[in-house]
Design a protein. Structure first.
Length: 383
């Protein structure tokens, strides 16, 4: 059992408030992801759980027991750092054995050998056991650092960007493995990342951290489909969501959206629940959020398509991103690789508005979206 709670935790470094009244309730056996931009406070949260840093205010609890006065060595956590922290003079085997040889968790050598063999096989690194860290690639060092944490069965694994130095292919396969390993071990895990795909694929739940505060907590789908504000909508998606400023206008039973750029008028697809909500909210100035995959383009003029020019066309691996521009508004869209596209050439853009999210133009807070009830039903199933 390991439920980890933080209640109103504040941590300062001189004048910098790294954590500003953070509260989290991480469930037993949960794979919990902390996701946010650089400097948000993610590592500091891990350090407060580990006992490496002590909050000035607030409480850290393990299974209901206050841990603030328990030192790091006695909290029974296992941490994996981005910078590996391997002992350079020890072989991989001895590095992995080190937690099991420490006075606190001491095990006999036969047990240690068996455990290391099991983890090394699982992590496909048994051929590395006799090497020194200096004889390993960065990716291999990272696997060893993770293996060293996995030989123990602590109350909680604390992982700080453990896949950051792996190449894309290895990162993908490690992601899948990690999730399986955690499911098998059933150990509560808190995992820091600033990689959107990693957060989505690993987290049972994700906490969005920004400027020392928790902005939103939920399943990946919940946050992706109903981000609580524009900042979260931008963070949750790669390529980033399009935010399009304009004015809502009610006309009888229906609504139009007049886009600021080009003053193009869109008649919003009918969704009575959405329209009722818009009636209640009474907002005029809104930003519409459109994911890049819900924009379509053509190089020929079409009725209802928005005439723009190509701003850029760049490959992002197995697909590309086209950015179209109109009066300073840039629209990101997904396209295949290998198109013949010239910068500044005409491009015509269509928006699948029945996927739109609506944000208040002033506060930037989420207002509503199409199919909100269906999204809520989906996320309730997951929760
Ligand atoms: N030991 C320290 N001394 C002074 N300031 C610190 C210290 N540790 C963290 N900070 C500051 O606290 C804030 C939060 O840092 P933290 O490392 O927790 O962020 P993070 O979200 O993990 O960022 P990153 O993704 O870049 O690792 C930052 O402003 C950082 O500069």
């Amino acid at each position: 059992m390991s439920r980890i709670q933080l209640e109103n935790v504040t941590k300062k470094f001189g004048k910098v408030t790294a954590l500003d009244g953070i509260s989290l309730d991480i469930r037993d056996k949960e794979f919990f992801v902390l996701f946010g931009p650089a400097g948000a406070g993610k590592t500091t949260i891990l350090n407060c759980i580990a006992g490496i840093q002590i909050p000035e205010e607030g409480v850290v609890k393990f299974d209901g027991e206050v841990m603030n006065l328990t030192d790091a060595a006695h909290r029974d956590t296992a941490m994996v750092f981005e910078n590996y922290a391997l002992y350079p003079q020890m072989t991989v085997y001895d590095n992995m054995a080190s937690p099991l040889r420490s006075p606190l968790y001491k095990k006999d050598e036969a047990y240690i050998k068996e455990k290391i063999q099991e983890v090394a096989e699982m992590m496909k690194m048994d051929y590395l056991l006799q090497r020194l860290p200096s004889q390993l690639s960065n990716g291999q060092k990272q696997r060893v650092a993770m293996g060293r944490a996995l030989v123990r069965s602590p109350r909680v694994y604390l992982m700080d960007e453990p896949l950051a130095h792996l190449d894309a292919k290895l990162r993908n396969s490690m992601r899948t493995e990690l999730k399986e390993i955690q499911a098998n071990f059933g150990t509560t895990s808190v995992y820091v990342t600033h990689d959107f795909m990693e957060a989505m694929s690993l987290g049972d739940r994700i906490a969005i951290v920004n400027e020392g505060k928790i902005v939103q907590i939920g399943t990946g789908d919940e946050i992706y489909y109903m981000p609580c504000n524009e900042f979260v909508s931008q963070l949750m998606g790669d390529p980033e969501i399009n935010l399009i400023a304009g004015t809502l206008k009610k006309e009888g039973d229906s609504y139009s959206f007049i886009m600021d750029a080009g003053e193009k008028v869109y008649h919003l697809p009918t969704d009575y629940e959405l329209f009722e909500k818009l009636d209640d909210l009474g907002c005029e100035k809104v930003d519409i959020g459109m994911r890049p995959q819900n924009l379509n383009y053509s190089f020929e003029a079409h009725e209802g398509y928005l005439k723009c020019t190509v701003y850029s066309y760049e490959s992002i691996g197995n697909k590309s991103v086209i950015v179209a521009e109109l009066n300073g508004l840039q629209l990101r869209m997904i396209a295949p690789n290998g198109l013949t596209v010239k910068i500044d050439q005409d491009i015509y853009v269509d928006m699948e508005l029945n996927y739109a999210m609506f944000f208040d133009a002033e506060s930037k807070e989420y207002l509503t979206r199409y199919n909100e009830a269906a999204v809520l039903a989906l996320t309730e199933q997951e929760g």
